[in-house]
Write a protein that binds this ligand. Structure first.
Ligand SMILES: [Zn+2]
Length: 449
């Protein structure tokens, strides 16, 4: 199949005007000027997208597909209050509800041109939805508990669950990782044990880190809402928590969490220069979630400092519970605007943010040899963004058009490993109507609780 459009953005190379991509099976066979490729591959079926951009599928390196049912239910709250409300509302969900919720997220991912996710799930619902949808990615099994005595049992359960999940992802484009949730929900021995085990078994690791000021105050000073109201809610009120006197990043370094490599740290807003040195020292990648961080009042991550250290940084939409869509275009746009409008930084261009949402994300989860750019031999994870609408006209520069004018409704094709999963509003693998209809009764119940 030969896909052609006004623009092809390989990301690894300069944009190609009147470009094309040849897909053979699950992989990219060739990328270049349409006329030249037509000469080389005269028998290929040509699909012409016209005034559109063909680019690698977006890589969303922080998602919780299973939280999608909470969209719009937890607005206008600070991070700690949001977390308390999310925890309380979550208690009202049954297994089937989580799965339905995750399927809503999978629908939106495909509609937004997201082909790879790095998702944290406690229930496994995200795994089921990502598998059903045909998405690629890393599904991290979440562990969280402040009770030190429970560590051995949690590890035993994690081993069993991950073994089962590994069987479930056999033959798919998904792999399983491990996610100790965050410094305020994971005890030091659980962090230590989990990261040792991940290191021994070569599991990818992910953790929320240095997100909110509430988390920072919790770790360093032992104060704030988290060790009080939130811990009481979780039944951890009797557990002693000693202030550590250090930043969240330093704290996790001291417990050996970064020792094994292949660690993805989510948020990294409350970090200073010494913290960023630590992240660099252990080659920790960062999931940058600018919209979620802004909406929950967490702050703005110091992207220029990440860039100066050459940290691996990708974009994450987090979850509709906080953000409220998985629109990766909004994430890029707001990400760059926050750097300009609040930080006064012109360090980042539209092109930088498109790279962050594609190849940068692939590098952050160490999958850049497979995905993230349009290069022969890589997986055919491809999206096409229509550029023919009035809000995009005239469009002369494709990076500018993607970041400053496009939105998820403009995605017309989402392909993973050569398979078309979404085309012109139609899903190949998911029953959109059934999923959306079933969501209403669950949502009504949650609203009442
Ligand atoms: Zn998260």
């Amino acid at each position: 199949m030969l896909l052609k459009a006004q623009w092809v953005l390989p990301i690894s190379k300069k944009p190609i005007e009147d470009g094309a991509v040849v897909v053979e099976g699950s992989k990219i066979k060739a990328v270049g000027k349409y006329k030249r490729l037509l000469g080389r591959f005269p028998d290929e079926e040509v699909v012409d997208f016209g005034k559109a951009i063909i680019l690698p599928g977006f890589i969303d390196i922080h998602t919780h597909l299973e939280y999608s049912i909470f969209r719009g239910l937890l607005d206008d709250l600070s991070y700690a209050d949001w977390k308390i409300q999310l925890t309380m509302k979550s208690a009202g969900l049954k297994k089937g509800d989580w799965e339905l919720s995750a399927h809503i997220g999978a629908l939106e991912a495909l509609q937004s041109g997201i082909t790879t996710i790095a998702d944290i799930t406690g229930s496994g619902a995200s795994l089921k939805a990502a598998k059903d949808a045909g998405l690629r990615g890393v599904i991290y099994y979440e562990v969280a508990d402040m009770d030190h005595t429970k560590v051995p049992q949690i590890i035993v359960d994690a081993e069993k669950t991950i073994s089962r999940w590994n069987d479930m992802v056999s033959g798919t484009n998904l792999i399983i990782g491990l996610a100790p949730h965050s410094p305020y929900t994971v005890s030091p021995p659980l962090y230590k044990k989990a990261s040792e085990w991940a290191r021994q078994t070569k599991l990818k690791m992910c953790t929320h880190l240095a997100g909110s000021k509430a988390e920072y105050d919790f770790v360093k000073f032992g104060s704030g809402v988290l060790p009080n109201e939130y811990w009481d809610l979780m039944g951890w009120g009797d557990i002693l928590w000693q202030p550590t006197g250090v930043s969240p990043v330093k704290y996790l370094e001291e417990w050996g969490v970064f020792d094994g490599g292949d660690v993805l740290a989510v948020h990294c807003v409350q970090v200073n220069e010494a913290d960023i040195d630590i992240l660099k020292k252990y080659d920790v990648s960062v999931a940058h979630c600018p919209r979620c961080n802004a909406k929950l009042g967490m702050g703005i991550a110091p992207l220029p400092s990440f860039a100066h250290r050459n940290l691996k940084v990708g974009l994450g939409t987090d979850s509709p519970a906080s953000n409220n869509t998985m629109d990766i275009f909004d994430e890029m746009r707001i990400g760059v605007l926050l750097q300009r409008g609040v930080k006064g930084s012109f360090d980042f261009t539209a092109e930088d943010f498109v790279r962050m949402a594609t190849l940068g994300g692939a590098e952050a989860i160490n999958m850049e040899s497979e995905v993230g750019s349009l290069d022969p031999g890589k997986q055919a994870d491809i999206v096409v963004v229509d550029m023919s609408h009035s809000h995009q006209t005239p469009a002369r520069e494709p990076y500018s058009a993607l970041v400053y004018t496009a939105n998820q409704e403009n995605v017309v094709l989402t392909m993973v490993a050569g398979k078309t999963l979404y085309r012109d509003g139609v899903y190949a693998t998911l029953d959109e109507q059934a999923i959306l209809e079933k969501s209403e009764p669950i949502r009504k119940r949650l609203k009442l609780e």
